[in-house]
Design a protein around this ligand. Structure first.
Ligand SMILES: Cc1ncc(COP(=O)(O)O)c(C=O)c1O
Length: 474
């Protein structure tokens, strides 16, 4: 057997074993056993290589986590050096220089007085920690009724039980028993879906009023926190109207409701700043969750940052003898923290935040230019994160049943994805939307290539549909 045949065999073996043994995150079980996923064999810079050896631009940047690009030798070296020096340390009773340095660095980079860092294993556990801290905090302060959490429809805060209770995406609500008496959802804040004729300002007023009304309904004395992604990521890259977050933050402060900014996606340069809360939206959250770009996806790690004020309110004499009885075996894992420190060093040394600020206007210009294609319904984005949403308007207008439209639109995202793949781009189809959050190191020329491919892929999909449906899309 020659080498080519043996590697083809290996590809087939992996495909078979993957189809039959690896139960993937968010797996669509209708396809179980025949998903035939793309196999990513290696990666370099902004590109991944599939099992055919084809080079693809990594449009979604892994899962919105690849900031510094693939194949960084110094990341591998930092990880190896830490693994050799100290691969593990019990964080419940000991400490060590690497996690301490990272905690100090995060406190320095974070806005305001977010000085206390609780390390977790990822974004979900960071959100869980925030919610558990909120309840712990109010119990200690002697107001056990102040427990309700306000979130928003289409929010994604993770997949553990607790953070799923504040996740507002329909599919998360299906088939799981995740109802919580403490969770409440405000309507989604997607300006593209505002009623016809409503101005952006009026839409913003209405969504801010949703928060005020909910506080009135529940009684602010019963509401512990409001949790929000500054830009809702997997809900469809929903950028709130100007001023919305700031006004919500003001309302929270007026009512002694904590503001939790979930910056799992928006942190570490995605919007051109270490964190988006203050630098982009002018808010100073009481707690901030981060993960993903913290290590550029090289290793799993998350963190909850807590304000000095909150920390002091439950510390020393205020602690009333309590411990915060929450933690993970891998909290502050030294190897993951070494990866985070190196990734942050690279972002600083290569001025990647400045780079994002420089290239993102072009990224957004090209993204929004896609609107001229009839199949494109909407484009949204900020910094280096964006989405293109497609639909056949004639179908929308003809009042096709919801389930049928959903199936058609899911297929639509997959069709675009397939054309993109043929042309050398990986996208992340979310039903009828394709999401982009490329590695921050992407150059202007590479952004140009990415959108040239996407443009062509959408046109090809549109031509296919026109042929199949026998109509001209408009
Ligand atoms: C805003 C937000 N919060 C939390 C999470 C959960 O993070 P993880 O998958 O690392 O648990 C995600 C994941 O996509 C996210 O986008």
């Amino acid at each position: 057997m020659n080498r080519r045949e043996s590697s083809l065999d290996a590809v087939e073996q992996i495909r078979h074993a993957d189809n039959h043994t690896w139960f993937h995150p968010w797996e669509y079980l209708g396809d179980a056993g025949q998903a035939n996923r793309t196999q990513v064999q290696r990666a370099e810079g902004i590109h991944v290589y599939d099992e055919q050896g084809q080079r693809l631009i990594d449009g979604p940047g892994g899962m919105w986590c690849m900031q510094i690009g693939y194949g960084r030798h110094e990341m591998a070296e930092a990880i190896a050096a830490q693994a050799l020096q100290l691969p593990y340390m019990n964080p419940f009773s000991l400490t060590s220089a690497t996690p301490v340095r990272l905690a100090a660095k995060l406190a320095e980079l974070a806005p305001g007085d977010l000085n206390h860092v609780f390390f977790t294993t990822g974004g979900s556990t960071a959100v869980d920690t925030a919610l558990r801290f909120v309840h712990f905090y109010n119990n200690l302060k002697g107001r056990p009724q102040k427990k309700h959490i306000i979130s928003r429809e289409l929010a994604y805060h993770g997949s553990t039980y607790l953070c799923a209770t504040v996740t507002g995406k329909d599919r998360d609500q299906n088939w799981f028993d995740i109802q919580s008496p403490f969770s409440h959802f405000l309507p989604a804040v997607n300006p593209a879906r505002r009623p016809a004729g409503m101005s952006l300002e009026a839409f913003c007023d209405a969504r801010v009023a949703d928060l005020e009304n909910k506080l009135r309904e529940l009684g602010a004395e019963n509401v512990a926190a409001f949790i929000a992604e500054p830009v809702q990521a997997s809900g469809g890259v929903i950028v709130p109207p100007e001023g919305y977050l700031k006004r919500c933050w003001d309302i929270c402060r007026q009512h002694d409701v904590l503001f939790i900014a979930d910056e799992v996606v928006t942190g570490f340069g995605r919007l051109g700043h270490w964190f988006a809360s203050e630098a982009v939206f002018g808010i100073q959250p009481d707690m901030l969750t981060c993960a993903k770009g913290l290590t550029s996806g090289y290793l799993p790690l998350g963190a909850l940052l807590i304000s000095e004020r909150l920390f002091q309110e439950v510390s020393g004499d205020n602690a009333k003898g309590a411990s915060f009885g929450h933690g993970f075996t891998y909290s502050g894992h030294p190897v993951c923290c070494a990866a985070a420190l190196k990734s942050i060093e690279i972002i600083e040394r290569e001025n990647l935040l400045q780079h994002v600020r420089e290239v993102s206007p072009y990224f957004l210009e090209r993204l929004h230019a896609l609107r001229e294609i009839p199949l494109v319904f909407d484009t949204r984005g900020m910094g280096l994160v964006g989405v293109v949403e497609c639909t056949v308007r004639q179908m929308l207008e003809s009042g096709v049943p919801e389930a049928e439209l959903y199936a058609f639109e899911t297929e639509l995202g997959l069709r675009i994805d397939q054309h993109c793949h043929e042309l050398g781009l990986m996208v992340r189809p979310l039903t009828n939307q394709c999401v982009f959050s490329p590695p921050l190191v992407i150059s202007r020329e590479e952004i140009e290539q990415m959108f040239d491919i996407l443009h062509e892929a959408i046109l090809r999909t549109q031509r296919d549909l026109e042929r199949e449906l026998g109509l001209a899309l408009r």
